[in-house]
Design a protein around this ligand. Structure first.
Ligand SMILES: Nc1ncnc2c1ncn2[C@@H]1O[C@H](COP(=O)(O)OP(=O)(O)OP(=O)(O)O)[C@@H](O)[C@H]1O
Length: 216
């Protein structure tokens, strides 16, 4: 069953065509990794998938989309903002609801952020901020994850832990990465972008690091 699909799609900014025609079916239950040189169009593709499937997707954007003046807790809570009334959201902003804190805390624990729950995001390192964006996506618990280089600011072991966590929480995901070795370890299917086209679309088991390095 297809979870997300684009058929004969052209992705442009004004007159500048970035990708197209794009034909892509993301099947429910698969982890698809997007690879390709900087500027090839990975974010553009992820953003289009999100724009067309907003209600069913959790997005970790490349710029993280955090509110730096708010606490870690409040940023993670934003993953479920739509589930609550405006009044509940406002009250929670002033005084965090105990039940919600109890839901968010284990996620922060898993991401090594437990002690930062009520710190403002502005006070965190880049890697910590990236983990807050990951926690917000986990908390949202949407059927599909769209993630744009979600571990780029993390060291190797931490990046692997976060990738494993994303895999555990989301059965269906489209994730852009720059690390081909990690792509082979975490993806079931790899799509590479080059010169405005999806030039490779293969199950991971048919691919090697050397084959993927061709796209860099
Ligand atoms: N808002 C925008 N307006 C105009 N052009 C844009 C915009 N965003 C991206 N582009 C252009 O679209 C192309 C694809 O950019 P995109 O950010 O999708 O690449 P990417 O593969 O995600 O790159 P990176 O790996 O560096 O994040 C680039 O040529 C970029 O300059």
């Amino acid at each position: 069953m297809s979870a997300l699909a684009l058929h004969e799609a052209y992705l442009s900014y004004g007159n500048h065509r970035v990708l197209g025609p794009v034909n892509l079916d993301v099947r429910a239950g698969e982890h698809l990794i997007l690879l390709g040189k900087s500027g090839c169009g990975k974010s553009t593709l992820l953003n289009r998938l999100y724009t067309e499937n907003r209600s069913g997707c959790a997005l970790i954007p490349q710029d993280l989309g955090l509110v730096e003046t708010l606490s870690v807790y409040h940023n993670v809570y934003m993953g479920r903002l739509q589930r609550y009334s405006a009044l509940q959201n406002m009250l929670n902003l002033i005084s965090p609801a105990r039940g919600r804190v109890a839901e968010v805390s284990p996620l922060l624990e898993q991401l090594g952020l437990a002690e930062k729950c009520f710190s403002s995001v502005a006070e965190l390192s880049g890697g910590q901020q990236q983990r807050v964006a990951v926690a917000r996506a986990l908390y949202q618990a949407a059927p599909v994850l769209l993630a744009d280089e979600p571990v780029s600011a993390l060291d190797g072991p931490e990046a692997d832990r976060v990738m494993a966590l994303l895999g555990q929480y989301f059965s269906t995901a489209v994730i852009s990465l720059h690390d081909v070795d990690r792509a082979l370890r975490y993806g079931q299917r790899i799509v590479a972008i080059q010169n405005g086209e999806l030039v490779l679309d293969e199950p991971t088991e048919r691919l090697t690091v050397a084959a993927l390095n061709e796209f860099y």
